[in-house]
Design a protein around this ligand. Structure first.
Ligand code: TYD
Ligand code: MG
Length: 452
């Protein structure tokens, strides 16, 4: 320790400062500086920590050289996001409480022979009980690899002694060195630094779970992001069973891929074909519904966008958007009011993306416009149509990346017609699909209102 006298730490970016300021000079976030009592609070223990770790480094040379082969988590969606597990890597697995982090971690634990699970939150029996819910072929000897402890010393010792291929610490907020107070920012940071060195010296891949809350009630694992090799994040809407796994940071692979899961009574189930799931409950041939193809990583998902418009009773029209940026929705309503005969100023409008996924891509703009028009005109869009295109402020339709690949996905799922932007480059049209090109929202409107 004794790194410096700086003792305020930003919970957003992890930078440290010697005095408190309202706005972090590094990341410009407000009210994120917290007092950081590193040297004072845990100073007494730094000696043992230092001693142990130098011993570890001196006695056990890193084994990575012969271990660089990645191994599978046994869960395809997880492997897709991480690019498989890199031996000796240090992974932070974040997400809000209750989203399913322990569940997924436990499922991976059950798949990897010799893996260890350290729970600081539940008793070993509770974890074992939960594990038996997930895996009926549970081998009793696994019980020996589940530990309940809050002691980081115990965890370090056990990993050193056994060098398991994979170890899970659930959660980084609930473990600590002896006599330290759990959950403190300084403690979390120190835990992570100790485990990082342990992962590198033993070749054990260590996955730490970190709860993230919006209001920062629990010290944010965000400060750990620059310490770890990989950051994984599990996201999900409250009322939906869909869970999305992302990797905002990945030293050993892509950060673009996503994994899609559904929470079931026996754990997280992989959704290898999410489109079918997203479209499963679709109300066919109803007003205000449009299908588009969203690209996440190297995959294309078909998603349904629903819009409901009703005449405003009094005052300002109400607009809500679930699954898409509200200002984007406002923009699409404005474009329609300006460039088509369907005025939206006196209409309430509600948008919903079915399935609980958020759409951020501009390629879904045209489908939003189509859904609004369909609702306003009370005319359904035929169920076998997909709509793709970015909408500009002059009502023009702009091109979409990976159009061919998106159309192919839709064709595979039996879609017969695609409304797309003007195609300029050489383009191989899908054989079993009619492709209609539109230049403006007005052309889109005519296409939708045309008798089909
Ligand atoms: P959990 O993994 O404990 O969340 P986290 O570790 O992120 O806090 O999962 C919590 C929720 O998941 C809880 O509400 C119960 C539910 N759940 C299932 O629906 N099915 C299951 O098989 C399991 C284990 C949990
Ligand atoms: Mg948990």
């Amino acid at each position: 320790m004794g790194k410096s006298a700086e003792n305020f730490l930003c919970t957003e970016c992890g930078d440290t400062f010697s005095k408190w300021v309202g706005k972090c000079p590094s990341c410009n976030e407000w009210n994120t500086l917290k007092e950081f009592r590193e040297s004072k609070a845990v100073g007494g223990k730094s000696k043992t920590k230092g001693k142990n770790l130098t011993q570890v480094e001196a006695l056990k040379p890193p084994k990575q050289t012969e271990l660089v082969e990645r191994f599978s988590s046994g869960i395809e969606e997880f492997d897709r996001v991480t690019g498989k597990i890199f031996p000796g890597s240090f992974i932070l697995f974040g997400g809000s409480p209750g989203v399913g982090k322990s569940t997924l971690a436990l499922q991976i634990f059950l798949n990897i022979k010799g893996a260890m699970y350290f729970s600081g939150e539940e008793s070993a029996e509770q974890v074992f009980h939960r594990a038996s819910r997930l895996e009926t072929r549970l081998i009793a000897s696994l019980q020996n690899n589940i530990f309940s402890t809050n002691s980081l010393e115990d965890i370090v010792e056990t990993i050193e002694r056994n060098s398991p291929p994979f170890a899970i610490v659930d959660s980084i907020q609930m473990v600590g060195l002896e006599n330290s107070s759990l959950g403190q920012i300084s403690q979390i940071k120190e835990n992570a630094e100790i485990l990082l060195r342990l992962a590198k010296s033993t070749g054990t891949t260590i996955l730490i779970i970190g709860h993230v809350t919006k209001n920062e009630e629990i010290a944010g694992p965000k400060i750990l992001e620059h310490i770890v090799d990989t950051v994984l994040q599990l996201e999900g809407e409250e009322n939906s069973g869909i869970r999305i796994l992302r990797s905002p940071k990945n030293r050993f692979g892509s950060t673009l891929e996503v994994g899609v899961f559904e929470m079931t009574s026996t754990g997280l189930r992989e959704l290898a074909n999410p489109s079918e799931f997203f479209l499963a409950e679709r109300a066919e041939n109803s007003f205000g519904s449009a299908i588009t193809v969203v690209r996440e990583g190297s995959r294309n998902f078909l998603m349904e966008i629903q819009v409901l418009t009703v005449q405003t009773n009094f005052g300002l029209p109400r607009r809500t958007s679930h699954g898409m940026d509200l200002s984007k929705f406002h923009l699409m309503l404005a474009v329609i009011s300006k460039f088509t005969p369907f005025k939206c100023e006196t209409f309430d409008a509600y948008l919903n993306i079915i399935g609980g996924l958020r759409i951020k891509e501009p390629s879904a703009d045209l489908a939003v416009v189509a859904a609004i028009l369909s609702s306003r005109a009370e005319k359904e869009i035929p169920a076998h149509t997909i709509i793709l295109g970015e909408v500009g402020l002059s009502g023009e339709i702009r091109s979409v990346a990976y159009l061919e690949s998106r159309l192919l996905e839709a064709e595979k799922l039996g879609f017969k017609r695609a409304i797309v932007p003007r195609i300029r480059e050489k383009f191989e049209k899908p054989k079993r699909m009619q492709v209609v090109e539109v230049k403006s929202v007005l052309e889109l409107m005519k296409e939708i209102l045309r008798e089909n």
